[in-house]
Write a protein of this length. Sequence first.
Length: 210
Amino acid sequence: MSARHFDHYFDDLWKTEVLECPKCHWLGTFEQGTVEYFDQLMDCHCPRCSSLEAPMLAIVSYPTLEELRSNQDKPGIREYVQRIDDGFDKFEREKLREPEQLPEINEDSFTLAWDNDHSNPDDRRTLIKHRDTVIFSEPARWEEYKRFAEVAEILKAKYGHRLKDLVPTSRSEDWLWGDKLSAPDYVDSVRERLREQSRAMDTGEQIPLF
């Protein structure tokens, strides 16, 4: 029996429909099962079967921003959409855009760190650090791996061949990877390209970052 798929988050059917495990015949609602949360959906597995063999019982897709906007008449949705829009606006105001926003670093060779500060849940920050010094900070975004590449390009434009690497800290990885399984490989490829470009610039060769 395939998992039940609820296409619309705003349809309360997913909250009330009784699901049945095809193996042990457990009965219960989505929220009574073992729920896992992902970037674009959440799913429910049987809570009675062993974790390695528990069948997936149902999937609920999250609404797109367009669906949220079209359902702003529902309780709490307008405020939620406003928070999303405020977050977009804040990021656009405060993000790193150009090399001139970065300070000078008077060293012939150095690496930088990609770090996070989540101490304030209302203002999570991505930090670019030289040793213990924050040289730039911008609002953090979930699944930042593509933003990592954009920032790396601006950093390389500022510091040239002197920048040898941009190293993610362990505490930055959750938000950097998100739920994207290919994100670590993507970031590794950006870092390798940084290193290749630095070596090439040392010898006068020009290699584009992307």
